[in-house]
Structures are given as C-alpha cells and as structure tokens.
Design a protein around this ligand. Structure first.
Ligand code: PLP
Length: 403
C-alpha cells in the first residue's frame, strides 16, 4: 500500500513534519552546519534559526519573554528537568504531587524518586470521566510539597485538566507548579503569562515538528537547577551542543501551529465528532472515554465491549489505517493502560480501548473510510468471543472493573 493510500490517525503518538520545517532544517545539515555557539558565519546561521525558534515557542505558549524558553531533547527531558529542579531549589520540601494518569515520563520518574531518593509522591486520582479529583488534591497540599505536576491534556483520552486554577492552589502552599503540556500545544490555546504556572513542557514532534526537540518553559524569577551541566548553552540551564537544525524546524512548526490554531481546532473537532457519531451509530456496545466537554479537539478514545483493542488495531493496520490501543505491555501480557484503569473502566470494555488521534492533515474522506472499515472489524472479532451472541453480550454474571 502506498503512503498516500494509508490513513494516519495516531497523531498523539507523533505527527508528520510540516514541509516548511523540513525546508528550514535541510540547509542547516549541509550548508550552514556551524555550532550555534561559534563566533563565525556558520555559527551565526545556526544561531539565527534558534533565535527564531525561541520566539516561536514564546508565541505558542504566550510566555512573557524568550528567555523563559529552554530547549531540551524532548518532552521527557523537560519533565524530568522540571521535577528535579523543583526538588533541588525547594529546600526542605520532599513531597511531589502528580495525578494517576500522567505520562510515564512523569510516573516512572516519580516512582524512582520515591524508591531511591526518599521523596514522598502523592498520586491524585481521576473520576470515571478522567477528570482530576480536586478535593483529593486540596487535601494532599501542604508546606512539605516542593512541586505539583499535572498534565494539561491527557495523551490517551485528550481530557484537559484546569491547570491554571490547579497552579494557583499549589502557590497557596508555596509549592511550584509544572504542567506537561505536550498533548495540549497546538490543540488548545495556551497562555502562561500572568498565570501561576512556573514550568511547562512541550515536545515538537507532537505538533508537526521533528522528533528529539522539547521545550521547558521556566517562568522568569523561578529558581532553577539544571539537569545537564557542562557548557554554557541555553544560558547555562541545559548543557550540550544544541540540535540547531531540529530546533529550527521545531520553531517553524510552532509558528505554523500557533497561526493556524483558531482555524484548525474547530475543523479537527468537527472531524472527531463525525468519527465519534459515526462509530456510536454503527457499532453497538461501545463507550467514549473522557469528559466530552473537557477534551482537546483531536482525540477520540473509545472502548469496544468484548473485543481486544490490539485485534482492532492490527486489523485496521492491515486495512491501511493507523490507530493505537489504550493498552500497555506489562510483563509480556497486554493489560489495560494505567489511564484506563485509573478511570475504572469496566473489565468488559477496558481491553477493547482504541485511540484515534486526528491532525490538520486528516480529511473527511479518511474519516469516512475508517467508518466504512471499522464496523466489520469489530463484528468479526466479537464473533470470536465466547461472551458475545447475536443479541449482544452474553456474560456469566457481573464482571469486575479492570484492576
Ligand atoms: N508527555 C506526554 C503527555 C506525552 O504524550 C509524551 C509523548 O508521548 C511525552 C510527555 C514524552 O515526550 P517525548 O517523546 O518528546 O520525550
């Protein structure tokens, strides 16, 4: 199957790089390949792209100054830097608050901080719609908390947390506030200026930039300790020769994402709604996961009763359509993801979760082709289930929620 015939609906995993970004990057590999720290003309050309990128990132998140932008190797590094820096600068405070549905880049870091470095981690649950349990958060706050980190938008369900308000609560207790905005940037408006958000993470490959470029936004005046020490790059806040070509491309992608957001978001939401309605109208026993009104526009996470999400994704792939499951491989077995489990999705549905994530390149025709393909795939798989009959589910008594 040619690339043109294939349909890509896995944009929360990564996105196609915009041509303008590729065009800006190429000469920086072959002609203007200087080190941006060098004083000669080659270095100046690389530095110019980086300056433009810093400005573009400032614009994308509504930061007050370009000096608040630190380039990293991706979202994972930005998240790690933020949490570790906050613990280092908040002397005497050894607690961290996160949610149970954060990306593994936060969850695994916090597990390790707890296990090896004596940090206390409080994990705030979500409700069945994936919304944060605010009262549990309030109860967890104290003057022992160094930093609170809540994601802006969830990578599996697209559910948005009200981070501005959550940040204000953190400040009431003197805690710093970080948000992983990797899945929010370019999908929903972000304006950090004037908010209580101290730090924010981005990853360029989620908004049509190249992989391996991230941003840590660090609000002016917030104390900081670098994760990587060495050279003076990024004003001494992140050592190592900058990936100038990729940062330049990321900047172009950020500029386009910011400029197009107002047009893209409603168009993408309409495609998502078309897909959602189409599935609900043609396939029985499926449930949309995530609060309907509090989602980024591009994400549809849907649980199909009594089928394996992996089966659906594999059959879709054979039909040339890329999506992903709400599952993770744990000790060799496929288990519902931590997000699906945190939302208490019933056992019968938790294994059949599929995520479709749309981009500005997705067309109505592609959505319709998916809608033509999917019902038969789900029906074929259900026909194999001993718990499915012509009349629907045929279950032996009450099934437990996913553990
Ligand atoms: N945070 C979230 C919410 C993500 O979705 C991802 C990527 O999947 C990351 C962090 C990690 O970003 P990166 O791949 O740039 O390290």
């Amino acid at each position: 199957m040619t690339n043109a015939a294939r349909i890509y609906l896995d944009n929360n995993a990564t996105t196609r790089v915009v041509e303008e970004a590729v065009a800006a990057m190429l000469p920086l590999y072959t002609e203007e390949y200087g080190n941006p720290s060098s004083a000669h003309a080659f270095g100046a050309a690389a530095g110019k792209g980086m300056r433009a990128a810093r400005k573009a990132m400032q614009g994308l998140i509504g930061a007050e100054s370009e000096a608040e932008i630190i380039f990293t190797s991706g979202g994972t590094e930005a998240n790690t830097t933020a949490i570790r820096s906050a613990l280092a600068v908040q002397e005497g405070r050894r607690e961290v608050i996160i949610s149970t549905v954060e990306h593994p880049a936060i969850l695994q870091l916090c597990d390790a901080l707890e296990k090896y470095e004596g940090v206390k981690v409080q994990r705030i649950p979500v409700d069945a719609q994936g919304r944060l349990e605010i009262e549990a958060y309030r109860a967890a706050l104290s003057d022992r908390v160094a930093v609170v980190s809540f994601m802006w938008a969830n990578n599996e369900t697209g559910v948005i947390f009200p981070v501005e308000g959550l940040a204000e609560l953190a400040h009431e207790f003197g805690a710093l506030f970080h948000t992983d905005a990797v899945q929010a940037a370019g999908k929903t408006p972000i304006s950090v200026k004037g908010t209580a958000i101290d730090m924010l993470s981005l990853s360029a490959h989620k908004f049509h930039g190249p992989k391996g470029v991230g941003v840590l936004y660090l609000k002016k005046g917030v104390a900081f300790q670098p994760l990587l020490r060495g050279g003076k790059q990024e004003r001494g806040r992140r050592a190592g020769t900058e990936n100038a070509p990729a940062v330049t491309g990321a900047g172009v992608a950020a500029e386009i994402a910011a400029a197009r957001l107002a047009d893209d978001a409603p168009r993408i939401a309409a495609l998502r709604d078309r897909l959602e309605a189409g599935i609900l109208n043609t396939i029985s026993h499926c449930t949309v996961l995530g609060a309907p009104r509090d989602r980024v526009p591009n994400t549809l996470c849907i649980a199909f009763d009594l089928v394996e999400g992996e089966g659906i994704v594999m059959k879709l792939d054979r039909a040339g359509i890329a999506a992903s499951t709400g599952s993770a491989c744990a000790s060799g077995a496929v288990e519902p993801s931590h997000v699906v489990r945190a939302m208490g999705v019933p056992f019968t549905a938790a294994h059949g979760v599929v995520r479709f994530s749309i981009s500005r390149f997705t067309t109505e025709d592609e959505i319709d082709r998916l809608l033509e393909t999917l019902p038969a795939i789900v029906a074929d798989l259900r026909a194999l289930s001993p718990f499915w009959s012509e009349n629907g589910p045929n279950l032996p008594g009450q099934m437990p929620a996913a553990q």
